[in-house]
Design a protein around this ligand. Structure first.
Ligand SMILES: [Zn+2]
Length: 253
């Protein structure tokens, strides 16, 4: 092999390496979104406040509003009681408070979408009632989980973002785990870049306006699919498990 050929090969490999490394360190998309709508998200959420901690509804809205900009807006109808089951494809984007999530899951978002197009049709969200929540706007105590931060994360899933585990300084809203006492309410540049990758950058209104809505109504109703993504409190719980294991080795039961 001529030296010139070797140089070309090594350049190609270096280029591939750059591609892979940059792909692993940026926002992740779910592949489903609301871009088929003229003004995403185009329909209200409703918070079911039955048994929900006081101000849980207000902090759910605060979390959602973090994402709002020219090309995507979360909006809310009136709060209500008498929640439907979670999740439930019933035409209401419902956020509620209840049981049935995993032991280490703080909250969960389920979205229904058309498989062939990735058009999201409905989101449902549940906050687990097995944790101690902070629903204020200040600083949570070390044993409290910040509702506002978790709401911002869950709403990111509804918008079309998956978890971003690779960036830690600072951790994006879409980072997959969350500790008690932590606050992560404000979008980082990675969160914003992910949102803008789906719905458009704020300065590119002409490019965004050229997107045409696709034909959701013509697709058969049998192809809806629920796809839950969990926001887990793995950090705190893994500490608990480690402590338990140490107790076991010292002979205590
Ligand atoms: Zn999540």
């Amino acid at each position: 092999m001529k030296p010139q050929t070797l140089w070309k090969v090594s350049l190609v490999l270096w280029g591939l390496g750059l591609l892979f490394s940059s792909g692993a360190s940026a926002y992740e998309l779910t592949g489903q979104d609301w871009t088929y709508q003229t003004s995403p998200m185009g329909e209200d959420w409703s918070v079911c406040t039955s048994s929900m901690p006081s101000s849980g509804s207000a902090r759910t809205k605060d979390g959602a509003y973090e994402w709002n900009y020219s090309f995507f807006t979360f909006t809310f109808g009136a709060d209500f009681t008498g929640c439907s089951s979670y999740p439930n494809y019933d035409g209401t984007n419902q956020a509620d408070y209840g049981s049935g999530l995993g032991a280490s899951t703080l909250a969960e978002t389920t979205w229904y979408y058309t498989i062939s197009t990735g058009d999201i049709l409905e989101c449902d969200m549940r906050f687990s009632n097995t944790f101690t929540w902070y629903t204020g706007t200040g600083t949570p105590a070390s044993n409290q989980y910040d509702w506002w931060s978790v709401a911002a994360h869950e709403m990111g899933h509804c918008l079309g973002l998956a978890h971003e585990p690779d960036i830690t300084t600072p951790k994006p809203v879409m980072y997959p785990t969350f500790a008690a006492g932590e606050v992560r309410r404000v979008l980082t540049s990675d969160d914003t870049a992910g949102r803008n990758a789906i719905y458009g950058a704020a300065c590119a209104s002409l490019a965004f306006a050229s997107k045409a809505p696709s034909l959701v109504a013509s697709l058969p109703a049998a192809i809806w699919l629920a796809l839950p993504i969990l926001f887990v409190a793995a950090w705190k719980l893994s500490l608990k498990r480690k402590k338990g294991a140490a107790d076991g080795r010292s002979g205590r039961m």
